[in-house]
Structure formats: structure tokens, C-alpha cells
Design a protein around this ligand. Structure first.
Ligand code: ZN
Length: 307
């Protein structure tokens, strides 16, 4: 009996000592979470984004590629996402695809010349009645698409768990990036990105087949309202006219602050452990929307457009 008591004392002492040892190495909650997610892995490195303007198959696409090379959109994407600490290189490539689309397939993001052509062609020719400049629409839509695909890549490469539908999560990742990197330019980026849904706003009644609701993406207008809601939720003052002018229905607006809060919380918990803070500060200190006085790219600048 006595021996047992002594043994118990030894065990308690040993446990106490090891707990004391743990306390010495105690992490903050954020550090512990980062460790749990694998954010402290040595092979996670920033500056993993590689870019390529791929040679098109058809020579008539060449001038469009030349214009892009001159405008350097991929260099912007590379810089914006350079703070991400990833386990492998991620190549963002513009390419002639034969379709107008963009996608992620490990380890590449592909953005088709045909898709970029559509963005340029659909942009307003002058300042739109809503106050969206051609430059805002082109840069906003391009960055939203690039950020959406980067979202898919980040979730995949970092093995980040998703509760929502992958397409909704990629949209939320993209919205968060545009809202945060925009800072003073957030309005121009968000409303520019929203311009791609302009036709739906102009035609408020749509008829679709029931199977349209089976798409992996939300319906286009849902994606628009989600984007505007997150922007309004983050900064109701800056985006108040989005509600006042009816672009975001008043019925949705009260929940937006919380919707933004959930997305921001997920971003802080799941993505920030993988971000190089110094590089991020460099990104946040810059403006990513060119001056409105700089003429945006026009298809008429390109002798032979992509067809
Ligand atoms: Zn997607």
C-alpha cells in the first residue's frame, strides 16, 4: 500500500514536471492552430507563383498575347499571391484553349486567351452609368477570376478543409482577396468584378431550366449578390450606395456583416497561417488598379483579335 502511494507520487511528480516543460514551450492559440494545420512545415515557401504567356496555336492570337505581355497582368497576379507559402510551385498560364474559360488543375492555373478576350470585349467602352470605368471592369474581373482559381489551388495544395461547395468557397476566397488588397481601391475592384453580371441586372427576370440549379457554381446572380454582400458587410459606409441604388437587395443587406465575419474568420484561421506577413504588407501597401486616366486595353488595339 505504501509502495503504491510512493509510486503515485512519482507519477504525479513526473506528469507535473512534463506539464511544466510543456508550459515552457507553450504556443499561442494561433501558433497551435498553425502547427495543427501544418503551417510551420519547413518546405512551405513564399514566391511559389510562376507565370507564362503560352504561345498560341494560331498566329492570329499572337497580337493579343503581345498586348497582354505588354500590360503584365500575370506579373500582378504573381506579386499579389507571392506571400502564400506553398509546398510546390503554382504556374498561372494564359493559353489558347478553344473555349472561353479558366480553371485550376494541379499544379497549374489556366486562363484562356478566349476568356480574356471576352472580358475586354464586354467591358464598358466609356464610364458606365453606374460609374464603372472600362479599366475597373477589366482589372476587377481579371483579378476576381485569377483569385478564384488561386483559391481552388490554395485549398488543394494546403489541404484546407471545406464545409461549403468548392465553387462557393473559391468565390469567397476571391472576394476576400479583392476586398483586402483593394483597400482604397476596393470599390473599383469589387464593382469592376461585379460588372460581368451586368446583363443579369438589366434583365431582372430570368427563365432557366431546373437543371441549371444543379450546376457546381451558384447561379450567376447569386454569385453577384454574394460578392456585393461581402463587400457591403466589410465596409457598409463605402458600399452603402450598392444598397441604396438597388444592386444589392435591402432584404439581404442586414445579414452581410455576419456573412463577411464568417468568411474573414475562416480566412484568418485557415489561410493566414500560410502567409508571409512581410510580403503581405508589401502587397497591401500598393494600389492594384491602374489610374483611370490610363487607357484600358481595347480589342481595337489588337490588329487580329482572338477568334
Ligand atoms: Zn471554380
Amino acid at each position: 500500500m505504501k509502495r503504491i502511494a510512493i509510486s503515485s507520487f512519482v507519477v504525479v511528480a513526473a506528469v507535473t514536471a512534463s506539464l511544466a516543460g510543456l508550459q515552457i514551450r507553450a504556443q499561442t492559440t494561433d501558433q497551435a492552430w498553425s502547427t495543427f494545420l501544418g503551417g510551420d512545415q519547413a518546405d512551405l515557401q513564399p514566391n511559389r507563383i510562376k507565370i507564362e504567356y503560352a504561345e498560341p496555336e494560331h498566329p492570329q492570337v499572337e497580337p493579343f498575347r503581345d498586348m497582354l505581355i505588354q500590360r503584365r497582368p500575370l506579373e500582378k497576379v504573381q506579386e499579389i499571391f507571392s506571400p502564400l507559402r506553398l509546398p510546390m510551385d503554382l504556374t498561372v498560364r494564359t493559353k489558347e484553349c478553344g473555349i472561353s474559360n479558366a480553371w485550376y488543375r494541379r499544379p497549374d492555373i489556366t486562363i484562356c486567351y478566349e476568356y480574356l478576350r471576352d472580358i475586354v470585349e464586354m467591358a464598358p467602352k466609356d464610364m458606365s452609368p453606374e460609374g464603372i470605368s472600362p479599366m475597373d471592369a477589366i482589372v476587377g474581373q481579371f483579378l476576381f477570376t485569377a483569385a478564384h482559381e488561386t483559391g481552388h489551388a490554395v485549398f488543394d495544395l494546403l489541404d484546407i478543409p471545406l464545409f461549403g461547395r468548392p465553387e462557393d468557397d473559391a468565390d469567397q476566397f476571391a472576394a476576400h482577396v479583392l476586398i483586402k488588397i483593394g483597400q482604397q481601391d476596393a470599390r473599383r475592384l469589387i464593382e469592376g468584378a461585379a460588372y460581368m453580371y451586368n446583363e443579369y441586372i438589366k434583365n431582372p427576370t430570368v427563365t432557366v431550366r431546373v437543371t441549371a440549379f444543379a450546376d457546381v457554381h451558384g447561379a450567376p446572380v447569386q454569385r453577384l449578390y454574394n460578392l456585393l454582400c461581402l463587400a457591403y458587410g466589410e465596409n457598409p459606409d463605402a458600399f452603402s450606395d450598392v444598397v441604396d441604388k438597388g444592386y444589392l437587395p435591402r432584404s439581404r443587406a442586414p445579414a452581410c456583416k455576419q456573412e463577411w465575419g464568417e468568411v474573414d474568420f475562416a480566412f484568418q484561421k485557415l489561410i493566414y497561417p500560410y502567409i508571409d506577413r512581410k510580403l503581405l504588407n508589401d502587397v497591401l501597401s500598393k494600389s492594384w488598379v491602374p489610374d483611370r486616366n490610363i487607357p484600358p486595353p481595347r480589342m481595337t488595339d489588337v490588329p487580329q483579335s482572338v477568334r
